[in-house]
Design a protein around this ligand. Structure first.
Ligand code: PSU
Ligand code: MN
Length: 309
């Protein structure tokens, strides 16, 4: 066990007994959704993981300690503080951890990249979220590429997501993952899903329709000594999907506003997420919540199958 990491009681017991555990990220709580829906969703996602037979481990950094497994009060606090909590990716972990025991210990909400790191330290193999970061549109000029992609290249955790939002350049994101040798497996689909919509028009080479078979692919990858993660791309249920034209319009406007406001670095993604939400009203939030729940249930089934191998 890493000296900087605390496991929740239930998480520790499940891991020790080889029972299934699903990691959950916290940037989606603090920076990805507004209060109070962020807290409600985080708690519903934990309940969905439990109903599907696994133990949820929401991951964050509290007072400079890495945490895998939060209680309701801790989740609530992250949701209420929102964007005042540090958005913590790989590069932020040393600074936050070093703040432990000082007069000003720092809290951080973990991105996909940082959640993967903490999950790997804890021995958790399956992680559910909404969407991963990726190559941003205009990356040929800005070089804005999420640290999530490099993490997927390095860290042995499977990330169940609904693809990525088209605030990103989805073809370039898939090219990057191919270069880095990261399998991208469509769950019940031959296409990469585009978060709010089940289809992007981009074909995937891998598909699986069965959580047990998917778990065997994870096992095979890691038994081969191939480092890095796997993307499990689980499309939003058709009944909860958005109208592609409406979401495209909102995204185009959000991107133009980000450009005009000169938003840079780690602020880009939270800015775009907030704008898209503003421009689409409650509808995008509804489908966001539905797809995260859908991913949590699939992740629990994969984790349960993996635990039996
Ligand atoms: N995409 C979403 N919702 C999110 C995020 C991305 O649809 O909440 C968050 C995740 O935590 C992801 C992070 O890891 O944003 C990526 O940020 P960046 O692009 O700065 O790497
Ligand atoms: Mn970025």
């Amino acid at each position: 066990m890493n000296k900087h990491l605390d496991l929740g009681v239930e998480v520790a017991a499940a891991l020790a007994a080889g029972r299934p555990v699903v990691a959950l990220e916290s940037t989606i709580i603090s920076h990805g959704m507004p209060y109070p829906q962020n807290v409600e969703t985080a708690l519903r996602v934990e309940a969905a993981v439990r109903e599907a037979g696994a133990v949820p481990a929401t991951i964050a950094i509290l007072g400079g300690r890495l945490k895998a497994g939060l209680d309701e009060g801790q989740i609530r606090t992250l949701g209420i503080r929102g964007r005042d909590v540090v958005k913590a990716s790989r590069r932020d972990l040393p600074r936050l951890v070093a703040s432990y025991g000082t007069e000003a210990p720092v809290d951080g909400a973990t991105t996909v990249a940082a959640t993967m790191i903490v999950a790997a330290l804890a021995g958790i193999k399956v992680f559910a979220t909404g969407g991963i970061g990726g190559v941003h549109r205009g990356a040929e000029k800005s070089l804005d590429i999420s640290a999530d992609l490099e993490e997927l290249a390095m860290t042995e955790v499977a990330v169940v997501c609904a693809g990525a939002k088209s605030i990103l350049d989805l073809p370039k994101t898939l090219e990057y993952l191919e270069t880095k040798g990261v399998p991208v497996i469509g769950y019940g689909t031959d296409e990469f899903p585009a978060f709010y919509t089940p289809r992007s028009g981009l074909r995937l080479e891998e598909r699986s329709d069965d959580p047990a078979e998917l778990a065997r692919r994870l096992k095979a990858k890691w038994e081969l000594g191939l480092r890095g993660g796997v993307v499990v791309a689980n499309p939003v249920p058709e009944s909860e999907a958005m109208d592609p034209a409406a979401i495209d319009t909102a995204i185009a406007r959000a991107l133009a506003e980000a450009e005009a406001a000169g938003v840079k670095g780690k602020e880009v993604t939270p800015f775009l997420l907030a704008k898209v939400k503003e421009l689409t009203g409650g509808e995008s939030l509804e489908s966001n919540i539905a797809l995260v729940l859908n991913n949590a249930r699939l992740a629990a089934r994969i984790a349960a199958a993996y635990a039996k191998l």
